[in-house]
Design a protein around this ligand. Structure first.
Ligand code: SF4
Ligand code: SF4
Length: 671
């Protein structure tokens, strides 16, 4: 057969009309995308290109294999089909486009081996994608999963329908072509189906079908293309770049400004105007798919606080659009599409201060939107530029500044817990390489001091030599940073780094995941490079090397609660579990919400000092844990220890209450 017969246009007029359509559509597309890109150019700096090799690997794993999607298996299945179908079928649409523009691109028959394989795969995907689009449409319209509440469903309906039409029109094109040419390619799945409908049609009608299905396909293709920059489906273009450009050190809060991390050198801090966001923060806003997974996993939302991370992102996005591209401003979240609102004042106080910075939202987001840095930046603006923050924080800030700890106990009492333990005090006069960083809870929380004393006994039993800073240790500053007081954070960080350097410290062990995260991930930017270990890592090593041996097993059912700053922010899930595996006699239980999906204890982001109204996050977590009928809730964080202990006491009478124990206490029992 002659390839020219396959050319879709019967006359030169249609060919010219098609060329005009292509040019106008592409010009419009470049204009619309250019306007979005121009927004990114007008925002602040954000270096994101270090570690290219790791980024490429992460792009392939998280961008193409999309493991995060599988938390929601049904929608992941549909998305998987549509995503891969989209990749396969984009080539088809582009080749049809080329065919319409240039007759020489019309395929010759019989096809070569590559074309045969591609056609077979393409036709299989057309059937699968059509099925996935139909199922996704029905699911959205009928099942209406709660996480889609507040999302723009119309965008999804339009895009799924357009994709469906693209599939059907190509099936019609291919089926009528086969009948006309009397030639079949590949496995014939989709075009075989359309052939059933078209068999018996004469050659003239089939030629018309070829022409019209081609027109419908290309019109939908250009509609789809130009709808992307106007809708939440812009993520089809930005999701993979956003995955590639993600933050590399999850536990480090973004500096107030990349051009100068030193807060004292800046005239302004935080996000007041939308231009104060970085281009990557803005790209996040444009990449959000409104899937609602972040809100579905947010502990603050779960207990009824006025915080939905999805709505925060949508409101900021509407504000960015309203500010930079007024005619594309969204509707609903900001009332006026954000046009008149200052980004810093856009969200209610109760929303900004509801976050525990647990990171559950970020760990769920399939396109790697970074929520927590945005919330911290909004807090910075309120705290540093407007002096507006919850009243409970005022005394905490003052205590931290003048006493070096959030409760205001002062350095004089900082090493009271260590009396009788014969621990060296490390200082300039008595330098030592290994330091036990006690943390404020270890130093002052009467419930937790026992844990630190036990940890000292365990480390000594393992043959370790270490000391403490005693009165020269101060709060690491985590709480100041997470509550937006960057100035205070940098002051305490600089004092601590100076002290640690003068004392010759090289290795730091700590039981506090917040201190661990700050010392390990945040101090290096201020010149403090130390080898920081969490006590679970050290104990695991001591047990593994045989330096510690458990004399007996714990005969209790143990469930482990993952601290957010240890697990999600630092990926330490294995060490505490390995210790429990060695210590426990019975099977160690896993909570329903565990590891990256773990549920916060409610203490992060300043909530050890903020007053919660209504339902409490720690009580919600305690209620989840007691369902497993464990004897012991093990954890590895002083905040979790404190919050869960308190919450267990508030459970209804008659509940079987497990004891809350740190892993150091558990090993201490069986040494
Ligand atoms: S960090 Fe935690 S509390 Fe804050 S918005 Fe995300 S999930 Fe919610
Ligand atoms: S931020 Fe991420 S998880 Fe949340 S709605 Fe948007 S895409 Fe989904």
């Amino acid at each position: 057969m002659d390839g020219a017969l396959f050319y879709p246009f019967p006359d030169a007029g249609q060919q010219t009309a098609f060329r005009v359509l292509v040019i106008l559509s592409l010009v419009l597309f470049v204009f619309l995308v250019g306007r979005r890109v121009s927004v990114l150019i007008r925002t602040k700096r954000d270096p994101r290109l270090e570690g290219i090799g790791q980024r490429v690997a992460a792009l392939f794993y998280d961008g193409f294999l999309q493991p995060r999607q599988w938390q929601y298996q049904i929608s992941a299945f549909f998305h998987f089909l549509i995503f891969w179908g989209f990749i396969v079928l984009t080539w088809r649409s582009v080749s049809l486009l080329a065919m319409g523009l240039f007759p020489s691109f019309a395929p010759q028959y019989p096809p070569g081996a590559v074309a045969l394989v591609y056609t077979s795969i393409k036709e299989l995907f057309e059937v699968l994608v059509l099925f996935a689009c139909t199922a996704a449409l029905v699911r959205r319209a009928v099942v209406r999963p709660d996480r889609y509440r507040g999302s723009r469903q119309t965008d999804a309906y339009i895009v799924l329908t357009l994709i469906g039409i693209l599939m059907v029109s190509d099936m019609a094109f291919e089926g009528s072509r086969m009948l006309l040419l009397g030639h079949e390619t590949g496995w014939k799945h989709s075009s075989s189906i359309s052939k059933i409908f078209f068999s018996g049609l004469d050659a003239r009608t089939l030629q018309r079908l070829i022409t019209w299905s081609f027109w419908v396909h290309m019109a939908c293709f250009f509609l789809f293309l130009n709808f992307l920059p106007l809708s939440k489906h812009f993520h089809i273009l930005t999701a993979l770049p956003n995955v590639f450009l993600r933050k590399r050190i999850r536990g480090e809060a973004k500096p107030p400004r990349w051009e100068s991390p030193d807060i004292e050198a800046l005239d302004e801090a935080g996000v007041g105007r939308i231009e104060d966001m970085t281009w990557k923060q803005t790209l996040d806003l444009f990449t959000c798919t409104e899937c609602g997974r972040c809100t579905d996993h947010c502990p603050a939302y779960a207990v009824g606080r006025d915080l939905s991370p999805k709505q925060v992102i949508m409101a900021l996005r509407d504000c960015a659009r309203g500010h930079f591209i007024p005619e594309q401003s969204g509707k609903g979240n900001t009332g006026d599409g954000g046009q008149t609102q200052n980004a810093g004042d856009l969200l209610e106080d109760r929303t900004i201060w509801a976050c525990t910075t647990c990171g559950a939202c970020e760990a769920q987001c399939p396109v790697f939107v970074e929520h927590v840095d945005k919330i911290i930046d909004l807090r910075r603006y309120r705290v540093l530029m407007k002096s507006e923050f919850p009243p409970e924080l005022e005394s905490m800030f003052r205590n931290l500044e003048f006493s070096g700890d959030p409760w205001g106990n002062g350095s004089g009492q900082r090493s009271g817990w260590a009396e009788g333990l014969d621990l060296p005090r490390i200082s300039e006069e008595r330098p030592m390489k290994t330091l036990l960083w006690v943390g404020c809870s270890g130093a002052y929380d009467s419930q937790y001091q026992h844990v630190i004393r036990t940890l000292v006994r365990v480390l000594k039993a393992g043959g370790m030599e270490f000391g403490i800073l005693g009165p020269w240790e101060q709060c690491c500053g985590d709480v100041a940073r997470r509550t937006g007081n960057e100035l205070l954070f940098q002051q305490v960080a600089e004092r601590n780094i100076d002290q640690l350097k003068r004392a010759g410290v090289q290795r730091i062990i700590t039981a506090c995941p917040h201190g661990f995260n700050t010392l390990k991930n945040e101090y290096p930017r201020f010149g403090g490079q130390f080898h920081v270990l969490h006590h679970s890592q050290v104990i695991q090593d001591l047990l593994g090397n045989g330096q510690l041996t458990a004399a007996s097993k714990i005969k209790s059912r143990i469930i482990y609660h993952d601290p957010c700053y240890l697990g999600r922010y630092n990926n330490i899930y294995g060490s505490p579990r390995e210790i429990l595996r060695i210590l426990g006699e019975e099977v160690n239980l896993e909570a329903d919400r565990n590891k990256a999906q773990g549920f916060c204890c409610g203490a992060g982001g300043g909530y050890m000092w903020l007053v919660e109204s209504g339902s409490r996050v720690n009580e919600a977590r305690a209620a989840q844990l007691v369902r497993h009928d464990a004897d012991i809730v093990a954890t590895a964080c002083p905040f979790c220890h404190n919050m869960l202990t308190e919450a267990m006491g508030a459970l209804p009478a008659g509940t079987r209450i497990p004891k809350v124990r740190d892993i150091a206490e558990l090993i201490g029992e069986v040494l």
